[in-house]
Design a protein around this ligand. Sequence first.
Ligand SMILES: Cc1cc2nc3c(=O)[nH]c(=O)nc-3n(C[C@H](O)[C@H](O)[C@H](O)COP(=O)(O)O)c2cc1C
Length: 220
Amino acid sequence: MYFDPAVSKKPAPFSFSPFKSMVVPRPIGWISTISEDGVPNLAPFSFFNAIAEDPPMLAFSPNGYHEEGGRKDTLQNITETKEFVYNLVGFDMANQMNATSGPVPHGEDEMVVAGLAAAPCEKVKPPRVRDAAASFECELHQIIDLPAGSKGSPNSLVIGRVIGIHVRDDVITEEGRIDIRKIRPLARLGYMDYSVVDDFFTLDRPPGGGMEQPPPVKSS
Ligand SMILES: Cc1cc2nc3c(=O)[nH]c(=O)nc-3n(C[C@H](O)[C@H](O)[C@H](O)COP(=O)(O)O)c2cc1C
């Protein structure tokens, strides 16, 4: 079948919009920020990804409004302070991550609500999730306004530059790699579904390919 999402987001036979089920699995950006007044905030965003490696950059998209009206706290705080932290969510923190997405009033700290311990960052003011396998300190690069939703709700794209990286020592292998089986990263599917990364396979690049190698020098 084919459908135009501007005409209907869930044409028959769909009972829910299938859009998010077909861009999967999405990593979860568990984003900590702090308001100008010093109130910490934590919320998950699955319209999230790494978008460049050198320099390292991340992007995520806050959509819609806060339950009390106005912008989501995350977007408001980043607009005010130009800083945020990405925390990596492992399967062991699934319930706490979910708790931080709830309707928590402006001015209340979701880390406290979810029973999470905070730890200070090196270069930015927002705290990080102390027990996360990794946390990236980010400075704001740009906020881009995206087209508003069909009912007029706002959509933004927040782009950040990573300026500091914390890695939990126990997830670094003796060979100097990240042990993904220890982290078991949580990923978002469609509907209320999630996945967990606890297996993988390796595929070498085609001979001569590989983005990590510099391009060959052309002889004149
Ligand atoms: C796994 C998960 C992923 C989410 N992804 C997004 C997202 O990409 N964009 C968004 O605006 N809200 C997303 N939400 C909802 C926000 O987390 C929620 O609105 C939260 O209350 C925002 O908090 P804040 O007002 O403290 O920023 C997601 C929720 C969950 C549980």
